[in-house]
Design a protein around this ligand. Sequence first.
Ligand code: NAP
Length: 408
Amino acid sequence: MYKKVRPPEEGEKIRYENEKLVVPKNPIIPYFEGDGIGKDVVPAAIEVLNAAAEKIGKEIVWFKVYAGEDAYKIYGTYLPEDTLNAIRDFRVAFKGPLTTPVSGGYRSLNVTIRQVLDLYANVRPVYYIKGVPSPIKHPEKVNFVIFRENTEDVYAGIEFPWNSDEARKVREFFKKFGINIREDAGLGVKVISEFATKRLVRSALKYAVENKRKSVTLVHKGNIMKFTEGAFRDWGYEVALKEFRDHCVTEDELLSYGKQIEGKIVVKDRIADNMFQQIITRTEEYDVIVTPNLNGDYLSDAAAALVGGLGIAPGSNIGDGIGVFEPIHGSAPKYAGQNKVNPTAQILTGALMFEFLGWKDAAETVKRAVEMTISSGIVTYDLHRLTGGKLVGTREFAKAVVENLQSL
Ligand code: NAP
């Protein structure tokens, strides 16, 4: 099955039975460092995750695979089948960032991984860690979990350069509807389906119920894009009211009732541009957020900025019985290999992976150890330029986290 890598002989496979993950004490987890600062942050995070797993009597058996520049050197391709097969086979993977060329070049490897493996929900928790500098007065009010659709929207990859034969044919086709598109226009297609919307909203509502969250907000631009983003909103409410009726109440229902109903999740919607100010001005009113792909991409970075920026923010890509864990940030090539950047996002991505495995104690320990480290003033350059403190490199920061973790 594998051409140029070999799975470790020790460790066991994570299985998926009756819609649940079955996780052994010593799961095999494929990982790749990826490009740029991935080489700095992934090994640093692995040190911390190994220490946390050991603390609860478990062991991760890492399976090194390749993507990005490393893969190109070995396979002559940026995303080898070996890597996709390993993720499919072992179900949970840990990844560093991958560079994507702008304009031309190859298609985003990150988007390809999400689409090929049908990792339809990009789940990004955004919460405050004590001691991290923030541009807002009350960052402790930030506690969002963003569910971003991962397979559709303008990210579906249906795009044609302005001067291509395809673009010319599409322009001709539109003329039949009386629509004239400029001859010098590049074209992209926005795709939002009932199927993909509903399964995303379903997973967000399920998460909200299981984790006793207060609200679920559908974020869309349906006032302008009525049949894509507007439909996203309508299908979202349909799932809430048909499949989660016992657990939720809509904001409109609540307004007519006049007060909060104990134990019910409030389902509401906001137009995307408004939402960017809402998360700043009415932070505590937002909890679980569900949104199409492009809105979610923008909103995640903006939300991350409220609690310390990209060096802090973890992320994950989840499908049915499969998860690929990666920080929100990219490969920041200008800092690559300098032992400089903040590994916190990659470390907390590991904590998120532990939650997915059902290792909640290990996840908590990692979060607490990171908080202890930052609160004690040990910081990398990104936080140092805002707060001062003791400036350390990527490896030294991770070492301090491991020491704190072992003291817990
Ligand atoms: P980026 O790599 O996320 O970096 C943007 C800026 O964010 C950095 O210059 C730095 O800010 C800050 N930053 C990011 N990671 C940090 C960390 N660990 N510690 C401290 N600060 C950090 O975004 P980009 O420069 O737009 O993209 C670079 C490449 O990554 C592109 O090819 C892009 O396509 C790709 N990308 C990949 C993924 C992914 O793999 N999932 C996600 C996003 C982007 P300062 O310079 O202000 O310190």
